[in-house]
Design a protein around this ligand. Structure first.
Ligand SMILES: [Zn+2]
Length: 218
């Protein structure tokens, strides 16, 4: 199998060593050189470029990288603005039959606009992993309208210092008709997809025990 490191931020690369130990990984793709200090251990083989236009098919499941653009610089991470790193995130679309999932990394509005310009027909998705953990930097209303997800997944740490996801961003997805899933409240979110549809499992709901409790509202 393969592993995609969306960009060079610890919350996206920090588990690299554990994943490499836990399962066989045939290749790694990334849009930026991975800083060994950030990824805990060096990747034992050369990473593939993660670029718009890269695609592959496994057993009838289609994978398409939609972002960053093909000629994006790959060696300019040091000293650049944080948002620049975020906009280098790999954006991956997974398709089975008529079901689509979109994983948007930490892209910000500038990159959302690029996707609207370059790939409008590839944005609609049943499930969206919301850009940048529900930050105000992302999830422009035009982007949400183009994706129009049934499920909006917020990957957020419990009581994270950035206060992600922002209430205003959550409201935008609710207004679009999406159902919200949050890793800080739902725990692990398991998504199974086939040509007929999606099934969602929320760990804290399916494994509820009397000694666990649901986090309080902020
Ligand atoms: Zn992140």
């Amino acid at each position: 199998d393969g592993m995609i490191l969306s960009h060079n931020d610890l919350d996206h690369t920090g588990g690299t060593a554990s994943v490499l130990q836990a399962m066989p990984v045939g290749w790694v793709a990334t849009s930026q050189p991975i800083d060994p200090l950030k990824s805990v251990s060096a990747i034992p083989f050369a990473a593939r470029p993660c670029r718009d236009g890269v695609n592959w098919n496994w057993d009838g499941v289609q994978f398409d990288i939609l972002h960053p653009e093909r000629n994006a610089a790959s060696n300019d991470t040091a000293g650049k603005r944080k948002s620049h790193d975020n906009d280098q995130s790999c954006v991956l679309r997974i398709r089975v039959g008529r079901q689509h999932v979109l994983l948007a990394g930490d892209i910000e509005k500038h990159s959302e606009q690029r996707l609207l310009d370059k790939h409008p027909e590839q944005l609609p998705a049943s499930l969206l992993v919301v850009p940048h953990h529900g930050s105000l930097s992302s999830s422009d209303v035009d982007f949400i309208a183009a994706v129009l997800p049934d499920y909006a997944v917020f990957t957020t740490g419990y009581r994270n210092p950035f206060h992600h996801p922002k209430a205003e961003v959550q409201q935008r997805y609710l207004d679009s008709g999406a159902q919200l899933l949050r890793s800080d409240k739902d725990g692990a979110i398991l998504v199974e997809m086939n040509a007929r549809g999606l099934s969602i499992e929320r760990y804290r709901k399916t494994h509820r025990r009397y000694w666990t409790h649901f986090p309080q509202e902020d």
